[in-house]
Ligand binder design. Structure first.
Ligand code: NAD
Ligand code: UGA
Length: 454
């Protein structure tokens, strides 16, 4: 069997590496229009930072895993073609700011139709709006050859991709359950995953349930974060502690404890875009009340980011003009170099609009990426990029912690405190530091949902 995956991004690269690792008899080709991305996958400097991914890629690359720009040839030779390209929010015309931009998916479908001399199984790996499979089927049908379209959304989270792929909670496969060919295609794909995923974790559904389940899963996860963040505002007003509330609430086995960590707001390339897409679908199907319900999750996230940046300005005597703020972390979460939709972007833009000076430290995000995200030049006098958190904090009025990197918990804060301007503030946007200890060291500390600690 041969597999081709179109799209060598955060999903396509790691996912196909795992398939190749678990199925030594299957040849896997990952193709992309970006020659730079393919070159990076073929180098020692992978385009995606994920714990334990490097070793895995090295094990299988050149054996049964290949990265290439030879898109049409790899498609033609494959039995199964995955579409794992980006599906961003549309920025123009009909549905701008909410609908999914399916132009990349459509381009892939046309390439598959053109390049394939024989029929194949085509798998939606990207997150798609419900009924996108119809679009793909229609384009493929125009080729005159027989294709089966399956939906097989990916549930990995960045930073834990290898673990999630190795031991997924479930693998979801949606297909045409009503036809013999459809059922056979579902079984063929299931047999690939069955090499390492227990049968009971492979869920088989119809196409639309599978497409909708992916959007719903992300909406539920984002909703939990917005729910606890909403409560964090109430905690600050009442003196309750949001971590204590989350623990008490999450101990109820019906509720569960995960995704109840209050923060500066969720980021990442998918929660926002998938929620907006869900809202768009609800509106499209004339369900304005359902759309409004989910819109609340998005609005709460924006409110949380704004509330945090205002709290920083408020704490620093309503004036951060000319003050140095040490920004600890810029990635949207720990253990990734990804900054897409990172809360740090909006928060730092707020600081810059208040004329603050920002000194950045993130262990994995580059200077060029931060500047591109903030829309500033690399030599902008308002920003500085530091090699260590100690250097960033030197002379700063405040530390603003935005990403939950483990190393921030292990720093010598007594040493840091001495190097800062006083009064020295720490705004812990992830509630990951020991606030009592920091107060003991003389810091003024403000967390999320903790009220005014000092
Ligand atoms: P990405 O932007 O990292 O990668 C997409 C890749 O597709 C890019 O390298 C791009 O050059 C390539 N591409 C675009 N059009 C192409 C074409 N016509 N032919 C060949 N290559 C093409 O995106 P990603 O983060 O990997 O996400 C891909 C999909 O998976 C999205 O739908 C996303 O919602 C979904 N998803 C992402 C994650 C995640 O953690 N990032 C998790 C689950 C699902
Ligand atoms: C999320 C989902 O967890 C994956 O299942 C899904 O496949 C993926 O989106 C996708 O479709 O792209 P990801 O965005 O990589 O994965 O990372 P998460 O761990 O979900 O974190 C998302 C954001 O929420 C981060 O900014 C994180 O810091 C924040 N978060 C997470 C909280 O603020 N509190 C929490 O309790 C958990």
């Amino acid at each position: 069997m041969r597999i081709c995956c179109i799209g060598a991004g955060y999903v396509g690269g790691p996912t196909m590496t795992m398939v190749a690792r678990k199925c030594p008899d299957i040849r896997v080709d990952v193709v992309d229009v970006s020659a730079a991305r393919i070159a990076a996958w073929n180098s020692d400097n992978l385009p995606v930072f994920e714990p334990n991914l490097d070793g895995l890629v090295r094990e299988v690359r050149g054996k049964n895993l290949f990265f290439s720009t030879d898109i049409e040839e790899c498609i033609d030779k494959a039995d199964i073609v995955f579409i794992s390209v980006n599906t961003p929010t549309k920025t123009y015309g009909y549905g701008a700011g909410s609908a999914s931009d399916l132009s990349y998916v459509e381009a892939c479908s046309r390439t598959i139709a053109r390049a394939s001399k024989t029929g194949k199984i085509v798998v939606e790996k990207s997150t798609m709006p419900v009924r996108t499979a119809d679009v793909i089927k229609t384009i493929l049908a125009s080729s005159g050859r027989k294709f089966q379209v399956l939906s097989n959304p990916e549930f990995l989270a960045e930073g834990t991709a290898v673990r999630d792929l190795e031991s997924p909670d479930r693998v979801l496969i949606g297909g045409d359950e009503d036809s013999e060919e459809g059922r056979r295609a579902i079984e063929t794909l299931a047999s690939v995953y069955a090499r390492w995923v227990p049968e009971e974790r492979i869920i088989k559904t119809n196409l639309w349930s599978s497409e909708l389940s992916k959007l719903t899963a992300n909406a539920f996860l984002a909703q939990r974060i917005s729910s606890i963040n909403a409560i964090s505002a109430l905690c600050e007003a009442t003196g309750a502690d949001v971590d204590q509330v989350a623990k008490a609430v999450g101990s109820d086995s019906r509720i569960g404890s995960s995704f109840l960590k209050s923060s500066v707001g969720y980021g990442g390339s998918c929660f926002q875009k998938d929620l907006l897409n869900l809202i768009y679908l609800c509106e499209h199907f004339n369900l304005p009340q359902v759309a409004q319900y989910w819109r609340g999750v998005v609005e709460m996230n924006a409110f949380q980011k704004k509330r945090f940046s205002s709290n920083v300005v408020e704490g620093l005597f309503r004036n951060i003009s000319g003050k140095r703020l040490a920004i600890f972390g810029f990635a949207f979460k720990e253990n990734t170099n990804d900054t897409r939709e990172s809360p740090a972007i909006d928060i730092c833009k707020d600081f810059l609009s208040e004329h603050a000076k920002l000194a950045f430290y993130d262990p994995k995000v580059s200077k060029a990426q931060i500047c591109a995200d903030l829309g500033i030049e690399e030599n902008d006098p308002r920003v500085e990029f530091c090699d260590s958190p100690y250097a960033a904090a030197e002379g700063a009025h405040a530390i603003v912690l935005l990403t939950h990197w483990d190393e921030f918990k292990k720093l010598d804060y007594a040493k840091i405190r001495k190097s800062m301007t006083t009064p020295a503030w720490i705004f812990d946007g992830r509630n990951c530091l020991d606030h009592r200890l920091l107060i003991g060291l003389g810091f003024l500390v403000r967390g999320i949902g903790k009220g005014n600690l000092s």
